[in-house]
Design a protein around this ligand. Structure first.
Ligand code: ATP
Length: 538
């Protein structure tokens, strides 16, 4: 049921409305009420005097720019963080959430962005491990089957996790939560890793859960999907609630405006520019995975000219990570001409040698691979800049220079920080992503390879990153973007290919591609087959 105010004009403009008014208007009892909640980390205020009411049976969006305080708020609600001030009421009664077990006992479940699953165990074994000891795997398997049937979440309890897609792994997490019969389910960017089809299926499940009177608190940067499935949105800006509204009556632009406080700039299409010579060439690249459960790359070939952006689409787990590692030189091969940068064969050479040739790389995994959480941002500049001037001079690290570069990335890419040179681990997910991408772009690399560059990044920063990619290409660089975000591909790529089970499709001009054709290429239907089937589908 829609959560609307009958006595005010909601059209177009969304006013600041008392959350408890909304609960009353919805005619449903409030499940969760948050009053005056505040949380600081040192000098950084993550949540300030937050009020939030979630009623039964609603899908309630929690929106805000990167660093607005969304994750902090839901971590408090799940007992992972303690607030500095404020009260939390559950069905009208004040509660203390000191640990996830307290939240679970009340009926609060949380599906995390990163799934902590054991690859070598089955679905049922993984779930049994998370339950109180004494749960038999066979009984768990029975329950998994019944819940997955009831909620349209197809999942075979006896499959090994390593053989599952990201979407299926997420279903494990959702089923695990549903086994605890939650009344409130918190989801942090659940569609970031899903294909459009998997996301559609998830939305059906969420609507069914809401239909049963369960509430869902839903964090997402994808405003179109928020408009589609959420009936209420609470918008945070710099830690405070600035609006509560019905997102179905808003536009993506008006929601973004409320989040940012001003209009979000749009990506300007790439201006016409001449293409230069081939700067990155990949020839018959075949790589066995380092991880026995990884994907083998089979005979991958493509070339990209200066001034071009090549987009590589694919469902997660089809060799994207392996391809990124082979392009970056994290994994090397014997044949030098498997990868050639600006005419120099480098297939056998590592990442530092490739960086010295003017290439830069930004991996998908921001913590661990792209940045070290317990290092300051300036030390993280040294990590990727050590092979190239000007961070290292005469073999010595120039810390002043590293700090200056870090400051410039923060300024140019609008990275929101609480201190001049904070630890990487203290940044919100999206802000760290902006830092990592900005660090590589600032060097104006001749060849730039990015994996999921706007994953978890808000609308404004996404536009800024995509614009920077287009500007870099217009200045003569070669950019390869590996992404699952098809909108991203259409916005920035000149040519598009898809990777499926470690094989790359032919590369097509973006102007000739449709969503259907990319979908078929992602599913491994290559070449003329894809064109034929797409026109059949149309
Ligand atoms: N452990 C921490 N130590 C220091 N500061 C932190 C810590 N966790 C969060 N912060 C800060 O609190 C603020 C809010 O962060 P939070 O992760 O809640 O934002 P968010 O809205 O979830 O952002 P994103 O969309 O990027 O995930 C940010 O300024 C962040 O840097």
């Amino acid at each position: 049921m829609a959560v609307q105010a009958p006595d005010r004009d909601w059209g177009g403009q969304c006013g600041v409305t008392k959350a408890d008014t909304i609960a009353t208007l919805a005619g449903r009892p409030a499940l969760l009420e948050v009053r005056g909640l505040s949380k600081s980390f040192g000098v950084v205020t993550a949540n300030s005097n937050v009020d939030l009411t979630v009623v039964e049976g609603e899908i309630h969006a929690l929106l805000g720019e990167n660093g607005a305080g969304k994750s902090t708020l839901v971590k408090i609600l799940y007992g992972l963080l303690e607030p500095n001030a404020g009260t939390i009421l559950w069905r009208g009664r004040e509660v203390a959430l000191r640990a996830p077990a307290d939240a679970q006992a009340l009926g609060i479940g949380m599906v995390f962005q990163h799934f902590s699953l054991f690859e070598a165990l089955t679905v049922a074994e993984n779930i049994a491990l998370a339950l109180p000891s004494g749960s038999s795997v066979r009984a768990v398997a029975r329950q998994v089957r019944s819940i997955s049937q009831d909620y349209g979440l197809p999942l075979d309890p006896n499959r090994y996790v390593h053989s599952l897609s990201v979407g299926e792994r997420q279903r494990i997490e959702i089923v695990r939560c549903l086994m605890q019969d939650p009344r409130l389910l918190i989801m942090d960017e659940p569609t970031a890793v899903l294909t459009p089809q998997e996301a559609d299926r998830l939305f059906e499940t969420l609507e069914r859960l809401a239909g049963e009177g369960r509430a869902i608190l839903y964090i997402s940067h994808r405003l179109e999907e928020v408009k589609r499935i959420c009936s209420t949105a609470t918008i945070l800006r710099r830690g405070s609630v600035v609006a509560t509204c019905d997102p179905r009556r808003e536009t993506a632009a008006s929601l973004a405006r409320m989040m940012v406080g001003s209009d979000v700039r749009e990506v300007k299409p790439a201006r016409e520019h001449p293409l230069g010579p081939v700067r990155l060439e990949v020839r018959d690249l075949t790589v066995e995975p380092e991880d026995p459960l990884g994907t083998t790359l089979h005979g991958i070939s493509f070339s990209v000219r200066g001034g071009e952006v090549l987009g590589i689409a694919g469902v997660a787990g089809n060799g994207q990570e392996e391809l990124f590692r082979a392009l970056a030189g994290i994994v090397t091969v014997d044949r030098p001409d498997s990868v050639t940068i600006d005419g120099t064969p480098v297939g056998h050479r590592g990442i530092s040698a490739r960086r010295r040739l003017g290439a830069a790389f930004s991996p998908e995994e921001r913590i661990g691979e792209a940045a070290v959480a317990r290092f300051a941002l300036s030390d993280n500049v040294v990590l990727s800049g050590h092979a190239t001037q000007p961070v290292v001079r005469h073999g010595l690290v120039d810390r002043g220079r590293a700090r200056a570069i870090s400051g410039e990335v923060i300024r140019r890419f609008d990275v929101r920080v609480g201190a001049p040179d904070p630890l990487a681990g203290s940044l919100s997910g999206g802000n760290l992503q902006k830092f990592v991408v900005g660090r590589e772009m600032l060097r104006k690399p001749g060849v730039l390879v990015l994996s999921q560059p706007t994953w978890g990044v808000d609308a404004g920063a996404t536009a800024a990153i995509r614009q920077a990619i287009l500007d870099l290409a217009a200045a003569g660089s070669t950019v390869v973007v590996i992404t699952q975000d098809l909108d991203e591909l259409f916005q920035i790529a000149d040519r598009i290919a898809a990777i499926s089970r470690g094989r790359l499709s032919a590369v097509h001009p973006a102007a000739e591609m449709t969503m259907e054709r990319i979908g078929l290429l992602m599913a491994g239907v290559h070449g003329d087959d894809a064109a034929g089937q797409a026109s059949d589908a149309a």
